[in-house]
Design a protein around this ligand. Structure first.
Ligand SMILES: Nc1ncnc2[nH]cnc12
Ligand SMILES: [Zn+2]
Length: 340
């Protein structure tokens, strides 16, 4: 990629829609919080922890990711983690972000729901006050746990209903199809929550179809395996169901062997509302602009693709009409001022 295109991709306004906030915990912060909270870690240094980030698949990552999250105990911990992510995202010209959080990872360790939600939400509010970034929270159910556990989690979260806009589904995909959570998603739909789900990351295209048909999700997280089913791909394009794609995550979790083999360009060519996101940036070697640059380096993507991806990120976001329009106008005027 040439310098002009690199500059465009870095500077263009963008939204991040697939970021697990616990996946933004850098090893340095894990060690600092472990010390502050007197939590024992299975690693003796930042370096040995980082060296363990050699994943072979989704599960090998999740085991380390849940261990890392064990240092989060107080509201201040959740605030500090979220603040660090938001500051980093701002450097990449992220204007709006929708943060996933995994309450069950914390409540199972005795951390109260209000500690989790209030800490994360206060950091989002401060970013809005201080530099105008907009943000929202999406509560994710862990799919390796039961639907009853998800119902309990929803009930515990209801006193904080004004602080999250939707629910998602994450963790180990294979063997835990969307339909396992049909009833709890139906309840969330009744409550007027936005609905998303991880599907088609490691799991088959059938999981994408059931996330749509059974859970009635509005976006698919990852979804990269949809291309294995032409009818499903056509449906996603026709219904403008966005995919929140995470290229460096796909590389690190061996969904693809090399980024040059990533299907992001085919997904765009198929007319899908593709977005680029970081997933778990502290674990996968990159934040938003790292993902954009690595992908643009690996694939024959152009300035037009960059503009499409920036626009898609705001089109796919759960924004009110005037705010979306304001961001789309920002994208248009940014690109109108570029000569590359
Ligand atoms: N990429 C991913 N897939 C499923 N669950 C996750 N939790 C955090 N990152 C995840
Ligand atoms: Zn994810």
């Amino acid at each position: 990629m040439n310098d002009a295109l690199r500059h465009i991709v870095q500077r263009m306004p963008k939204a991040e829609l697939h970021i697990h906030i616990e996946g933004s915990l850098e090893p340095e912060l894990i060690f600092a919080l472990a010390k502050r909270n007197n939590v024992a870690l299975a690693f003796d240094s930042v370096e040995t922890l980082r060296a363990a980030y050699a994943f072979t698949d989704l599960q090998s990552f999740l085991d380390i990711y849940y261990a890392g999250a064990s240092v989060l105990l107080t509201e201040q911990d959740f605030y500090d983690m979220t603040r660090a992510y938001l500051l980093r995202a701002q450097q990449d010209n992220v204007r709006h972000t929708e943060l996933f959080f995994d309450p069950q990872t914390h409540t199972a360790r005795g951390v109260a729901m209000d500690v989790v939600i209030n800490g994360i939400w206060r950091a989002v509010q401060d970013a809005h006050t201080e530099w105008g970034m907009t943000g929202a929270l999406i509560l994710c159910f862990l799919r390796h746990l039961s639907e009853d556990d998800a119902f309990d989690t929803l009930e515990q979260a209801m006193p904080y209903r004004d602080k999250f806009i939707g629910v998602g589904l994450d963790s180990s995909e294979l063997g835990h199809p969307p339909e396992k959570f049909a009833r709890v998603f139906a309840k969330c739909r009744q409550l007027g929550l936005h609905l998303v789900a991880h599907a088609g990351e490691e799991g088959p295209p059938a999981y994408i179809a059931s996330a749509l048909d059974v859970l009635h999700v509005e976006r698919i997280d990852h979804g990269v395996r949809c291309l294995e089913d032409a009818a499903l791909t056509a449906r996603l394009a026709r219904d403008k169901i966005p995919l929140t794609v995470c290229p460096l995550s796909n590389l690190k979790l061996r969904v693809v062997a090399q980024l040059s083999e990533h299907n992001l360009l085919q997904l765009l060519d198929a007319g899908l509302v593709v977005t680029v996101n970081s997933d778990d940036p502290a674990y996968f070697g990159g934040y938003m602009n790292d993902n954009f640059i690595a992908t643009f380096e690996a694939l024959p993507l152009t300035r037009q693709h960059a503009q499409q991806l920036a626009r898609n990120s705001f089109d796919a976001a759960f924004l009110d009409v005037p705010t979306r329009q304001r961001y789309l106008n920002e994208v248009a005027s940014f690109f109108a001022g570029q000569v590359a």
